[in-house]
Design a protein around this ligand. Sequence first.
Ligand code: AMP
Length: 453
Amino acid sequence: MAATFSKLGLAEPILRALRKQGYEHPTPIQEQAIPLLLEGRDLLGIAQTGTGKTAAFALPILDFLSEDPQPRVPKRPSVLVLTPTRELAAQIGESFEIYGANVDVEHTVVFGGVGQTPQVRAMRKGVDVLVATPGRLGDLMQQGHIDLRDIEVFVLDEADRMLDMGFIHEVRKITAKLPRDRQTLLFSATMPNEIAKLAQSILRDPARVEVTPPATTVERIEQSVMYVEKKEKPVLLAELLRDPSIERVLVFTRTKYGADKVVKFLRRYDIPAEAIHGNKSQNARERALEGFRSGRVRVLIATDIAARGIDVPGITHVINFDLPNIPASYVHRIGRTARAGRDGTAIAFCASDERPLLRDIEKDIRQKVPVVKAPELGPVPPPPRRPAQSDRSKYGKPKKRGAKKAGRKKPASSGNRRSNDARKPSKSKPKAGGPRKAGPSRGNRKPKRRRPS
Ligand code: AMP
């Protein structure tokens, strides 16, 4: 019989939020991780995006914070979630917002690429949960706007991506500032040596939960590869997009420049496309994502890094315009379709110089990607004639930049909190020590979070 959320021991207001979301059953990682986390155990979670891992950590955190409320102290959050990209950070923030709709838990999100003032202001007011990317968090800590001494739960999300993106040094610097007595969760899709070492140094007697090894996600996706000459890829893409069953498609290119080129090409054929990559401003990225979510933009072109954490339901197709250099990225990419139990289609374009990459991918996913013959491609047809200006205004014209507020605040949720009631300096808290080593439990941890008398 399928498990239910109420059997996992979550509080009623949280269950209500889940019912509202239409979540009927926990995903495997939720089912395994939530009871362990409610006990206060450290956790090593081998799981990738799409498995429901965000709720797997957000739900017990919300449960813990709401069952044992503490006054919020300016600059000193109780929970830190560290994640590699702004998109992931924003999505985790949204998850806390949604799952925490019925509890009095404040969170904020800090990441780079936007002004820091609203983030500093939110920290000064005090939050329970801080979701952050490493760069901006480091900056704000250095400027004295964030202090991690009260962290009770630390989540390191997508640890292998942190490594890929060169953040591991910053991550180590940040973890060095955390109190020793805490609960730590580390999630990673893969376990390269460096991450295994990091896990060993920051986790204490962790429970290990492993779900959806890449092959399982991959199995639900109908994959194919088309051999095509590099210069013909844009035409092939435009040709494929004539198929209306490709309703919402995420296209991956290797470079930002490549992403922009594909967008330009498609727009010449009046195919609404947007690119999302690191050279775009946060506003432009959010606009593109929003257009994609709403269905206004049918084709989103992304690079790997920009695509981390894109969680758009209903992506029917993923097209690998360029094959990734790292085989694991292939799995991440195609996992954007077939999310939360749905199926999807993934098509890869493979130029002759990409054959070795395809072989590596096939080794990694332990299966052959079926080869499908590309449709006949004639000479590139000239784009339809149209006045240059109207095209710009339809797809290309940049909208006005608006200040985006960092963090998603719940309206009127802090009324009954004593937000000006500063926690005493940390010496008033019980010292780190024995209980956790002997088998940490919520029972052990609870008194630690009681308000100082
Ligand atoms: P994540 O792996 O955290 O990025 O989650 C992947 C997607 O699954 C998100 O769109 C979630 O909203 C959705 N999701 C998470 N848990 C459940 C659940 N128990 N039932 C249905 N959908 C879920």
